[in-house]
Unconditional design. Structure first.
Length: 71
């Protein structure tokens, strides 16, 4: 996208805490995310182990995230 992280975050419409995001991931996708990931390898392994989300589930997550938005 060639946009800095700061510029991208300024474009976002929804911003929620990590705690709320973790709670929503559990509620919508039934996935318990770890509270910390120690390295890039662990992060990659976690991502590769997850199923691809449906558009409906992603939209459900977005709709619920709006309720927690701090923006």
């Amino acid at each position: 996208m060639k946009v800095s992280a700061d510029d991208l975050s300024n474009l976002s419409k929804v911003e929620i805490s990590v705690e709320d995001a973790r709670k929503l991931v559990k509620e919508v996708f039934d996935i318990d995310l770890p509270t910390s990931i120690v390295d890039q390898t662990a992060s990659r392994e976690l991502l590769e182990s997850l199923n691809v989300s449906s558009l409906e589930k992603s939209f459900e997550f977005y709709q619920k995230a709006i309720q927690y938005s701090t923006k």
